[in-house]
Design a protein around this ligand. Structure first.
Ligand code: ATP
Ligand code: MG
Length: 495
């Protein structure tokens, strides 16, 4: 095990450093220096004052401001969340003159076991070969820890050395980084961010390929302040650990609902998705984004079949990236868990009036869709919608996924499970739940916009659907009416 700095090592002989290795293949060629400098700048920005970040012979060296463990832990966390780093190692930097004698004091190997030494000479002019250095360091370790045994094939400890022109780096652990390209090297992307499971993962993967990502969320509230308090802002906060400069924009879809309220259910989702594309493309054009990104995965739901995606794309006036297009839901969920967004994405959200739960037409007709749009004064709709766009501060929000006792976490998880997975079963303790006669916004159903009929705001598998009310139960009986079937959709009055 590698030791912390011991009192006899004054910091002159051995200096703690974090080594970051980046993907050689991706960074080859004449652009290498550019990629390296962006990567170093990203890490510097994240670490803040006190840390020194240097590019040295094809690797990054991060020096913490003090030899204490906290400073190094923070650097490890930052580098593990930075795109462009393939792997990293907490290490000691020692002088080339006497590293053989210093190395045994850097490790505590008194428990015995097996070891091997590996040596990489970045400076090929070094007078000793890698094998000679391995032998010398191995001998020194065996002298200091006589109970150790050498095992070249399956050792319990591997001590690695990198010999550079003016220093030697020594380490034991090699930890996986995120890989990818440094953020800021592949253009600017505006990611359509719903707060579900997929779109945070799509935003993450766009960042992974070096894109500078901002988020655009279409919200169901009167006031964008509600978004700041919601899981959408907290999800953006989680993503900010990977890209601290990420911005979250929120725009209401109230104007869309007012304009297209009377259009048939069949096309409403398509109209809504095309509306999001049009608003996002216009915003992207005005603010210099190179592309949009969505969390679509081919065939995941009806709105993501090829024909629908084609019609949605036709509304976008810019490139649309779909990093999840070939992912299965299980793969997306696994990635969301690794990123740290999954639990939050499951939290209920007041998107009761969202169009996204409606069942779209599987054979949409472009002519019909465009005809409906043509009747809706689209330019005015876009202007009014963009006029209500607000930036939601991402930094300064509380960190998530922390706090709470074991039992509080269990209870929250169980609430989420019922809220999310059991169609038709509603947890009545959940604020804004779909209890019969109550909208998720908290208003009573008998105060519906028409003022005449009672209704039910019910839930689909993972989302609130539109509040439904029925003129006639159409022979399906009261139960069907209560479940919201057989009626026309109207927006919940919280809009
Ligand atoms: P997610 O895809 O985030 O898990 P979802 O699967 O429930 O949410 P879909 O209906 O699959 O949502 O939407 C597909 C994509 O459309 C989303 O990944 C996202 O990019 C975009 N989108 C959907 N709803 C919104 C919204 N309210 N604001 C911004 N983008 C949205
Ligand atoms: Mg999805």
């Amino acid at each position: 095990m590698m030791k912390g700095l011991s009192p006899d090592l004054t910091g002159q002989e051995a200096r703690p450093v974090l080594i970051g290795h980046y993907s050689e293949v991706a960074l080859k060629g004449s652009n290498r220096s550019y990629f390296e400098s962006v990567l170093a700048r990203n890490i510097r920005d994240k670490l803040g004052e006190g840390y020194v970040v240097r590019r040295v012979e094809g690797r990054l060296l991060v020096y913490p401001p003090s030899p204490d463990g906290n400073a190094m832990s923070f650097a490890k966390q930052v580098i593990s969340q930075t795109f462009g780093i393939r792997n990293f190692s907490p290490a000691y930097e020692v002088s080339r003159d006497d590293f053989v004698h210093i190395i045994p004091s850097l490790f505590d190997l008194s428990n015995g076991g097996t070891f091997r030494v590996t040596v990489k000479r970045s400076d090929k002019s070094y007078p000793f070969s890698s094998i000679e250095v391995q032998a010398k360091v191995g001998e020194a370790l065996l002298r200091a820890y006589p109970e150790l045994r050498v095992d070249l094939k399956n050792p319990s400890v591997t001590i690695s050395l990198e010999i550079l022109r003016d220093r030697v780096l020594v380490y034991e652990e090699k930890l996986d980084g995120l890989g990818g390209l440094p953020v800021g090297t592949s253009g600017r992307v505006l990611a359509l961010f719903s707060g579900g499971i997929d779109s945070p993962v799509a935003a993450f993967l766009s960042m992974k390929r070096g894109c500078d990502v901002d988020l655009l969320h279409f919200h169901p509230f009167n006031d964008a302040e509600e978004v700041r308090k919601s899981k959408v802002a907290r999800l953006a906060r989680v993503l900010s650990a990977y890209e601290p400069k990420i911005k979250l924009f929120a725009v209401p879809y109230y104007h869309f609902n007012v304009t297209f309220l009377t259009q048939g259910d069949k096309y409403q989702l398509l109209l809504f998705r095309r509306f999001m594309m049009k608003v996002a493309s216009e915003f992207a054009r005005r603010h210099g984004y190179d592309a949009l990104a969505t969390g679509d995965s081919l065939g995941q739901v009806a709105s993501q079949i090829m024909l629908n995606l084609k019609l949605i794309d036709a509304a976008a006036e810019t490139l649309v990236l779909r990093p999840l297009i070939a992912f299965d839901k299980e793969e997306i969920v696994a990635l969301a868990k690794r990123i740290g967004t999954y639990e939050l994405s499951l939290e209920p959200y007041r998107d009761c009036c969202s169009m996204v739960a409606l069942h779209p037409s599987l054979r949409p007709s472009q002519e019909e869709v465009e005809k409906i749009e043509g009747s809706g004064k689209y330019d005015e709709l876009l202007e009014r919608t963009l006029g209500d766009l607000r930036e939601i501060p991402v930094r300064g929000l509380p960190w998530v996924n922390g706090g709470g006792t074991h039992w509080e976490k269990r209870r929250a998880a169980s609430t989420r499970f019922w809220d999310t997975h059991k169609s038709g079963r509603v947890n009545p303790s959940h604020e804004g739940s779909g209890q019969r006669g109550i909208y998720p916004c908290g208003q009573r159903a008998d105060q519906s916009p028409c003022g005449k009929r009672r209704g039910v705001c019910h839930r689909s598998s993972s989302r609130y659907e539109l509040f439904q009310h029925s003129l006639r139960p159409r022979g399906r009986g009261r139960g069907a009416q209560d479940r919201g079937q057989g009626g026309r959709s109207v927006p919940c009055p919280c809009l």
